[in-house]
Design a protein around this ligand. Structure first.
Ligand code: HSE
Length: 337
């Protein structure tokens, strides 16, 4: 399986390094021969040149641009690479696209039209165009997987699709943003908002524009992706009333602790078939709520179902390595059918 990676930010670099170093393990464990065929950023592309040997996982993780790698280098962007590289799966890991989903949507459309599978960590294309892209994948008889964009190492979509298959999901609650959860945890422990945010940025967890994290947009985005991927709910960001954590004071958190509660930035999806409603807001959770104990950079999601009652998943690494692991998970699962 030949992989074309578009996007060479922290997640793209971590993914490139990971699949390069796991090649033998993937072959032995899954019979999967996964080869990174090419990497394209906005201005340069690297193509594997068998005569040049492997660039090595460390070089892939450490390069600032594909142009720094040993191999064939072209002055291309992602769209050019899609025209020129023969690959089986596109890994879409570009950033941005918040206001239109581009350029990722163009990459995904082009790949699906060429009957390539698509595994994505970028979100914008699917916030804006999920239904169109899913239908295109179906017509092309290939897979579109967006688990790495929807909580990444926290298995949100897979838990619902596989673990809860056959049940009716009545309600979803999620702590879906590591940065804001980390800030709330640190503030509760006496730290400052600014220090905690700086720390989350230093660990590569916060978005390039951290307002997306703290104002709740990242959580709302993941809720929209979940609702549309799982229930074809047709939600957009405009349908999600969103309040972030920026107005919370340390006193608010301390008073909640006195009441035996924890304040969490919670995304909620409820209403059921044809009537899904989503919202994002800070919510005090009592000690008996499974998400009350999700601290620091961890995330968590709770599904309320009819036949299986309440199911909660907690954890998963909230940094570029976790997102890279999630991309690899989605490729392994699609290759295993
Ligand atoms: N910035 C996000 C977070 C990670 O803090 O969880 C990417 O979705």
């Amino acid at each position: 399986m030949r992989v074309l990676l578009i996007g060479f930010g922290p997640v793209g670099r971590a993914f490139a390094g990971l699949i390069e170093e796991r090649r033998a393990m993937l072959r032995a464990r899954y019979g999967l021969d996964l080869e990174l065929a090419a990497i394209a950023s906005s201005s340069a592309a690297w193509l594997r040149d068998p005569r040049a040997g492997s660039p090595g996982a460390d070089a892939l993780r450490g390069a600032a641009s594909p142009a720094e790698l040993v191999g064939r280098i072209e002055p291309w962007n992602g769209a050019d690479a899609l025209d020129s590289v023969d690959a089986d799966v596109l890994v879409e890991a570009t950033s941005g696209g918040g206001d239109s989903g581009e350029p990722a949507a163009g990459h995904v459309r082009a790949a699906l039209s060429r009957r390539m599978h698509v595994v994505a960590a970028s979100k914008g294309a699917f916030v804006w165009h999920y239904r169109e892209l899913r239908d295109l994948a179906r017509r092309s008889n290939v897979e579109l997987r967006i688990g790495a964009a929807t909580g990444a190492a926290l298995p949100t979509i897979d838990t619902a699709r596989y673990g809860l298959a056959g049940a009716e999901i009545e309600r979803i609650e999620g702590i879906l943003n590591g940065t804001s959860n980390y800030i709330l945890t640190r503030m509760r422990e006496g730290g400052t908002y600014a220090d905690a945010l700086r720390d989350a940025q230093g660990r590569g967890v916060a978005e390039a524009d951290p307002r997306t994290d703290v104002e709740g947009t990242d959580t709302a985005t993941k809720l929209v992706l979940l609702a549309n991927a799982l229930f074809d709910a047709g939600l957009t960001l405009a349908d999600v009333p969103t309040t972030g954590i920026t107005q919370l004071a340390p006193d608010d958190l301390a008073r909640a602790v006195e009441r035996g509660e924890r304040i969490r930035l919670l995304g909620t999806l409820e209403g059921g078939t044809g009537a899904w409603r989503a919202r994002v807001e800070p919510v005090p959770l009592g000690a008996d709520h499974p998400l009350a104990r999700v601290d620091g950079l961890e995330k968590g999601i709770t599904y309320q179902t009819d036949t299986m009652a309440r199911v909660t998943v907690i954890g998963g690494r909230s940094d570029p390595n976790g997102a890279a692991g999630a991309l690899l998970r989605d490729i392994v699962n699609l290759a295993s059918g």
